[in-house]
Design a protein around this ligand. Structure first.
Ligand code: ASP
Length: 592
């Protein structure tokens, strides 16, 4: 090594020793005759001084150093003079009196420095990612990520899991997103698809007898990006044989406890709570409810049905719901303007028809712009149902069940965060189970799998496949951390007849199913054990465990919202001869 110590290592116990440090110039201060340098690497910072005893040449040379130059410093460890100790820095009791200086590499003036107070714009950070990754915060993120993955690997190794890599160039896998395609040079006109997940390979591994599989797997989905999505992302992918849903969940319970303890020093009581999908939607309007706070949805449809007020009664008569949330104690602080904003929000984001609101006055009476439409008796019943107290504000959505879930779930989430109804340091983990097998796609008039088409129905619901698919529940489970889906999995179908029955429902007849998943259907006929698994979103875990809300800060080289890499400028045009080899010519079909 060119160095004897890192920049975070030297302490008073090294006093008088000669040390050699290498690193980046974080800052320099010229005090006339003495130059002070903060030298930085990923372990920390150390103060270096080139003063009179270093000789004028070295002082002059040190004075020329600029931010981000890479240098090798030799010097003597000394106490910092009285009154100049820096207890914010691990090395703050010492400084190095420089005796030699070698510039290993000069840096141009950087567009931003890693320790500047103000964070530069994200585009600039992504373009100069190597400078951004020098920032302490980013280093902490990447270290946290590395630590989480290590704890996961250790845990699964202790539980006899085998780490198997599955192909990146493969056939389209049906997670329901758009595929990234790779043209074949050898088979003109044919394409590989990048894996949306290793789903089918891991099922095949179960048939092959590797009864406990894990992989830190890269997955690719060409979707429109949101704040917490990336076109390529990493999953801790897992599959187990001879298990039921409870077995998979308790294996992950153990993992959650272990990661929370080893990475965050937090104790999580077990088992993690399990709640059915139906209950989650009913109480929280969301399939990944944030359980750090209450403010649950309260159903007032029966009361609403008895009013003359058309908006309320009409919603119930049309088969919908009138439900509300009680935002405790905020009636005074919520102006009309703020309520109007919330109304706009539910209309815009969730296509709700509107937002009705009541507040409880100090005399215990409910008041609302619509209260004239309601009898005193009914107002009292609403107040009682909503457990209202003076100062409470109640928000109601009168709409279809779906819209009322989305809108109230959205309001709950937004207000929970705006009103800081929870401690952001809390780590709340739980399971949502028994998801519906299918969703009906109204636009295209067909059933789609809610998870993926290999998911097994609950044994007691299997008969509903033929009679009432909407009511058929799946052996599915999602792990929820602080109101975000942090993982999801299912018990799979291991019987080819049942698998075909589900394909049929999804509109994949035997010929189409054979064409796309023939290998799986075959495998299911050669001794497939009962099996199931889960995938945990690692980028998301890092984000949730560090309390960040930007997934790009959890990934070393992420893509922008427009799916570009600003540093390498991918995607990019390619040479015509590369295209020729692939037998491809670009002919624009339409302008973007
Ligand atoms: N393959 C699924 C996914 O990526 C996870 C699973 O079912 O194990 O969401």
């Amino acid at each position: 090594m060119l160095r004897t110590h890192t920049c975070g290592e030297v302490r008073v116990e090294h006093l008088d020793q000669e040390v050699i440090l290498c690193g980046w110039v974080d800052s320099t201060r010229d005090h006339g005759g003495a130059v002070f340098i903060d030298l930085r690497d990923r372990y920390g910072k150390t103060q270096i001084v080139y003063g009179p005893e270093s000789g004028p040449e070295l002082v002059e040379e040190a004075g020329k150093l600029r931010s981000e130059d890479v240098v090798k410093v030799t010097g003597q460890v000394t106490h910092r003079p009285e009154g100049t100790l820096n207890d914010k820095l691990a090395t703050g009791a010492i400084e190095i009196r420089g005796t030699q200086l070698e510039v290993l590499n000069k840096s141009q003036t950087p567009p931003f420095t890693p320790s500047q107070q103000e964070l530069p714009g994200e585009d600039l950070r992504l373009k100069y990612r190597y400078l951004d990754l020098r920032r302490e915060k980013m280093q902490q993120q990447l270290l946290l990520r590395s630590q989480i993955i290590k704890v996961m690997r250790d845990y699964f190794e202790e539980h006899d899991f085998v780490d198997v890599e599955t192909p990146i160039l493969g056939r389209s896998t049906p997670e329901g997103a758009r595929d990234y395609l790779v043209p074949s040079r050898i088979h003109h006109g044919q394409f590989y698809a990048l894996p949306q997940s290793p789903q089918l390979y891991k099922q095949i591994l179960m048939v092959a007898g590797y009864d406990r599989y894990i992989q830190v797997a890269r997955c690719f989905r060409d979707e429109d990006l949101r704040a917490d999505r990336q076109p390529e992302f990493t999953q801790l992918d897992l599959e187990m044989s001879f298990v039921d849903a409870e077995d998979v969940m308790s294996m992950i319970d153990g993992l959650v406890v272990r990661v929370a303890k080893e990475v965050l020093g937090k104790e999580i009581p077990l088992p993690l709570p399990r709640m059915t999908y139906a209950e989650a939607m009913e109480r929280f309007g969301h399939d990944a409810p944030d359980l750090r706070f209450g403010m649950e949805l309260i159903d007032c449809s029966d009361l609403a049905a008895t009013t003359e007020f058309r908006v309320f009664r009409g919603a119930v008569e049309a088969g919908g719901k009138v439900r509300g949330i009680n935002v405790k104690g905020v009636a005074e602080q919520f102006s009309r303007k703020r309520i109007d904003e919330l109304t706009e929000y539910v209309k815009q984001d969730f296509s709700a028809k509107g937002l009705a609101w009541f507040r409880m006055e100090s005399d215990g009476k409910l008041w609302s712009p619509i209260s004239k439409n309601l009898t005193d008796e009914l107002l009292e019943q609403f107040a009682e149902r909503m457990e209202a107290e003076p100062g409470d504000l109640m928000l109601f959505i009168a709409d279809s069940w779906e819209v009322s879930c989305k809108a109230l779930g959205g309001l709950r989430k937004r207000l929970g965060s705006e009103l800081q109804l929870y401690d952001p340091d809390d780590l709340n983990c739980s399971w949502v189970i028994e998801f519906p097998m299918f969703d009906f796609d109204e636009e295209n008039n067909h059933w789609v799998a809610m998870h993926h088409p290999f998911t097994a129905p609950l044994a007691e619901d299997q008969a509903l496949l033929g009679s009432d698919p909407r009511a058929c529940r799946a052996q599915a489970y999602d792990l929820v951390i602080n109101g975000s889906e942090a993982g999801g999995g299912t018990i799979r179908i291991h019987d080819s007849t049942l698998q075909q029955e589900v394909f049929d429902l999804l509109g994949l007849d035997a010929t189409m199913a054979r064409e796309r998943f023939g290998f799986l259907l075959d495998a299911l006929q050669f001794g497939a054990p009962p099996h199931g698994g889960i995938a945990l979103g690692i980028d998301r875990w890092v984000m949730l465990l560090s309390g960040l809300d930007n997934i790009r800060d959890c990934i070393a080289f992420p893509k922008t919202q427009r799916a570009t890499d600003l540093m390498t400028e991918a995607p990019s045009l390619v040479d015509t001869n590369q295209l020729e080899e692939l037998n491809i010519r670009i002919v624009p079909l339409r302008d973007k």
